[in-house]
Ligand binder design. Structure first.
Ligand SMILES: Cc1cc2nc3c(=O)[nH]c(=O)nc-3n(C[C@H](O)[C@H](O)[C@H](O)COP(=O)(O)OP(=O)(O)OC[C@H]3O[C@@H](n4cnc5c(N)ncnc54)[C@H](O)[C@@H]3O)c2cc1C
Length: 479
């Protein structure tokens, strides 16, 4: 087998494996190098997303949601299920099985598409050469017409709470608890902290979330974050903003965390487990030779242009190692774009239309600009909102928390943003993404026929409400 490739991808996460499959589909001789080894030292494709991120966290969120529903919500429907119990081992084993299926599925897709898979470490050398060190230590140097760097990200550690692997853990450890911690601390009220905190709160943990920022979920539209704060409080997620962790002390089987509260006063709190979820940083350690020519920015991200070209012609970088949100779908779409460009096609990505989701219950999802951003930019806009409490389908499902909010340009009616908190927000947001991708106005959605009864009708009604024409609520403003 020749060691010359049209494309060598370093990293087999959702950025890298998607880029490799697309490149191979387009007739390019493609290799993908992936270093991941699982707990049993078995090589795995799929990166953070499939192994310790999106998929396993959603498996646990779904299991814990079903448990919670059976325990607390079935009664409303007249269903009594007696004593509901959770077998945590079965829940975690199910999650592991899903991860197994999906990661080996990528191996199958590589074979089907003719991507050559290499298990070990890849390092970019000068002149688009790639050094591959297999897990047995054998070193080979590949020549590549094009290289795609897709080495992803790793959790940020904070000195006051260093990981111990058993009591103080990161997202990976939090997916593998084999019993429900009685007292669970979470540092960081971001996406990962809220999702993992929710899993264990539903199973009975007393969860305290310590968030250094003074405001809660500042990335969201403020209407959404305020509503989420109210709902999470009811769910007994104790979220403390302005709480700066200054130290942690392991005492036998527990950890005492010291933090400064919003008033600057020192507080102490003891937990059985502590999840550190303060963010992730790009991973490039050992991946770039000193003379590779690839530049990093001041925060350690690989510096790229709009089309993911690095400072070296023929070398691209995608996903969590480059600017933009750290999201699997953003990484994958960059992978497709770059493979298309390498194959000689015109391709670009619309970075203004990348949806974000937090998979708590209710889910939070948004795309485009929020009110704070538009105000800061001085853009004139109008807002339409529709609560799920007024949706027949949501009522039938006993899932009426939240609302859909559509923001449109005052002058042109173009949709500038959509913000949803609700049971199906993650799926509903796709409607707004498609509308925005096509440059739709709020009226375009208002004139579209939606099936009845569906929760999607809330998107329709929010679009109608933009001009004060919602049917199933009293409009604030009428024209
Ligand atoms: C708990 C959690 C939940 C998440 N949930 C979501 C979600 O619901 N939705 C969402 O969109 N995003 C979610 N994310 C984020 C998502 O997982 C990442 O944005 C995504 O995985 C990034 O893809 P990537 O391909 O850039 O990097 P990664 O998935 O990190 O993959 C990079 C791969 O490169 C490999 N690698 C690194 N260096 C080398 C090297 N030198 N040689 C060979 N291989 C190398 C790594 O082993 C890894 O497999 C979540 C993350 C976490 C931690």
């Amino acid at each position: 087998m020749s060691d010359k490739f049209d494309v060598v991808v370093i990293g087999g996460g959702p950025g890298g494996y998607v880029a490799a499959i697309r490149a191979a589909q387009l007739g390019l001789k493609t290799a993908c190098i992936e270093k991941w080894l699982d707990k049993e030292d078995k090589p795995r494709l799929g990166g953070t997303c499939l192994n310790v991120g999106c998929i396993p966290s959603k498996a646990l969120l779904d299991s814990s949601h079903k448990y919670h529903d059976a325990k607390d919500s079935y009664g409303v429907h007249g269903i009594s299920v007696g004593d509901v119990a959770m077998d945590v081992n079965a829940m975690v084993d199910r999650k592991d099985k899903i991860v197994d299926q999906l990661t080996s599925g990528i191996t199958g897709l590589f074979k089907a598409n003719g991507v050559k898979s290499f298990e070990g470490f890849g390092k970019l050398l000068a002149n688009k050469k790639v050094e591959f060190t297999a897990h047995d230590g054998t070193v080979t140097v590949f020549e590549a017409e094009n290289v795609i760097l897709a080495t992803g990200s790793v959790p940020v550690n904070i000195p006051p709470a260093p990981r111990t692997g058993d009591i103080i853990v990161d997202n990976e450890g939090a997916l593998d608890f084999r019993e429900v911690p009685k007292r669970l601390g979470v540092i960081g009220a971001g996406v990962i902290g809220l999702e993992l905190g929710s899993v264990w709160a539903r199973l009975g943990s007393e969860v305290v979330v310590l968030e250094a920022q003074d405001s809660f979920l500042s990335v969201c539209d403020q209407d959404i974050s305020k509503e989420a704060a109210k709902i999470f409080k009811k769910q007994k997620l104790d979220i403390r903003t302005g709480a700066r962790v200054t130290g942690s002390q392991i005492n036998g089987e527990e950890v005492e965390v010291t933090y400064l509260d919003a008033k600057g006063e020192e507080q102490k709190q003891t937990f059985d487990k502590l999840i550190v979820a303060v963010g992730r940083k790009p991973f490039t350690d050992g991946c770039l030779a000193g003379d590779s020519g690839v530049n990093l920015d001041e925060r350690g991200f690989v510096f790229v242009d709009e089309q993911c070209r690095t400072s070296v012609p023929g070398v691209f970088a995608i996903g969590d190692i480059v600017r933009g949100p750290m999201l699997a779908h953003k990484a994958s779409e960059e992978g497709v774009m770059v493979a298309d460009i390498i194959a000689g096609h015109k391709a670009q990505m619309n970075y203004d239309c990348i949806p974000s989701v937090i998979y708590t219950h209710p889910e939070l999802a948004w795309v485009g600009k929020n009110e704070q951003e538009l105000k800061a930019e001085g853009v004139k806009y109008k807002v339409g909102k529709f609560p799920f409490a007024a949706s027949g389908r949501a009522m039938a499902a006993n899932d009426t928390d939240g609302f859909v909010k559509i923001i449109a340009c005052e002058e042109t009616d173009r949709i500038l943003g959509c913000h949803i908190i609700g049971g199906h927000a993650a799926d509903l947001i796709a409607q707004a993404v498609i509308a925005m991708e096509f440059g739709s106005t709020a009226e375009d959605i208002a004139l579209t026929v939606f099936a009845h009864p569906t929760v999607s009708e809330a998107v329709h009604e929010a679009a109608l409400a933009v001009d004060g024409h919602a049917i199933h609520i009293a409009n604030r403003k009428k024209r």
